[in-house]
Design a binder for this molecule. Structure first.
Ligand code: PMP
Length: 390
């Protein structure tokens, strides 16, 4: 039976960038220990009190269909968190609860783009982005950012691609680069969006993980609340990746239509997951800081280790759970480096090329293993790089 082009061309036929990861998993399955610095998942599990609240809620009967837009309590709690963090007036009418940030990204683009519309995104990018845009029938168009700018996007590059586009997707703190967009960067982006009447879809799932500078939500910039859809999630801030609970924040009219979209796609998020999310959010910023603390610590370790050599370069790591390392001095592509490192040292990292052409000659390291192991792996990685460079 023939399948739709939409579904068969989702990844545009190319490699989806997970080859090194899959090879590492095969080595592990065959009994070879591999240090995995590949996927963006905490090395801790969801905290027991959150699970207890989930359990209580389920035992209490919150196991039927939940309200499609999200429960009033969770929508209110997300609105309150948003106001506290950004200062933008936000009520439950601005909030749709979604099954994770990924589904919020899909819904946001469905709201912004018709089939055949151009949807802009920035390279390097989180692996699912182009497929998500294709999934709603939009035409993804990547705008390059540059290693020499520490991957802060230039407004002029976005401007050059903006004519006729419908939306722009940004992500700060950024996966895969660890970059946190400055006020100046965001201001430039906001001006382009206003000039070209673009929806700005702002993926802020790492908003609780900022090690230097501050997280600025572009929704808080003048004239932006009416054209910005913010993607949020419990996954990274509360180590609840498997619970699949996220949200979209936007203008009331957009959220109303998005609620109808949710009725026809996801039909909402389980009530006991939403109740546990309320409990998690009520623990406040100190809880979110504690979940992020290991990454901040390992970022500091990485700065120390990398300062002791000059083959591997560190893109300023200001947020999120990743390091973007420049390995161009080895003469290898990111892909060749990652494959050779896996073979020689049994350390798995993601080639920069998996995240787009702008990150060629780089590798992404997820800071998701215990501090000592992390430090040892980084030292081994640097020694390995030095052997190539000399
Ligand atoms: N955006 C970015 C930048 C991510 O890194 C991820 C997960 N790795 C997501 C969105 C989606 O997260 P989730 O669906 O778990 O909320």
């Amino acid at each position: 039976m023939a399948l739709s082009k939409r579904i068969t061309t989702l990844t545009a036929g190319g490699s989806d960038g997970w080859d090194v990861f899959i090879r590492a998993r095969k080595m592990i399955a065959a009994g070879t220990p591999v240090t995995e610095l590949t996927i963006g998942e905490h090395d801790i599990r969801t905290a027991a009190p959150i699970l207890q609240s989930m359990h209580q809620s389920a035992l209490g009967g919150h196991t039927g269909y939940a309200m499609v837009p999200g429960t009033d309590t969770l929508r209110d709690t997300v609105a309150k968190r948003t106001m506290e963090r950004t200062g933008v007036p936000t009520s439950r009418d601005n909030v749709l609860i979604t099954p994770g940030g990924q589904s919020a990204l899909f819904a946001a683009h469905a709201a912004a783009c018709d089939a055949g519309d151009t949807a802009l995104y920035l390279d390097p990018y989180y692996a699912t982005y182009p497929g998500t845009l294709r999934g709603v029938g939009a035409i993804p168009h990547a705008v390059q950012t540059r290693a020499e700018d520490a991957f802060q996007p230039r407004a002029s590059d976005i401007e050059a691609a903006a004519q006729g586009a419908k939306s722009l997707l940004i992500n700060s703190p950024n996966n895969p680069t660890g970059t946190v967009y400055s006020r100046e960067t965001l201001q430039g982006i906001a001006e382009v969006c206003q000039r070209h009447d673009l929806w700005l879809i702002s993926d802020e799932v790492y908003d609780s993980q900022v090690w230097e500078g501050e997280h600025i939500s572009p929704r808080s910039l003048p004239g932006m609340a009416e054209r910005t859809l913010v993607v949020g999630s419990m996954s990274k801030s509360h180590a609840m990746t498997g619970s699949r609970c996220g949200w979209l924040i936007g203008p009331e009219e957009a959220i109303n239509h998005l609620i109808t979209f949710a009725t026809h796609t996801t039909y909402g998020v389980p009530g006991f997951i939403q109740d546990a999310s309320v409990f998690g959010l009520e623990q406040g910023t100190s809880f979110e800081d504690a979940v992020g603390a290991p990454f901040r610590r390992r970022r500091d370790i990485a700065q120390k280790v990398l300062a002791e050599q000059n083959t591997v370069g560190l893109i300023p790591a200001h947020g999120a759970m990743y390091l973007m390392l420049d390995v161009r001095a080895t003469g290898l592509s990111g892909d060749a480096f990652a494959n050779a490192l896996l073979d020689a040292e049994h350390i798995a990292v993601m080639p920069g090329e998996s995240f787009g052409a702008s990150a060629a000659g780089h590798i992404r390291v997820a800071m998701t293993i215990a501090d000592d192991d992390f430090e040892r792996a980084l030292r081994t990685l640097c020694d390995f790089a030095e052997r190539y460079a000399t």
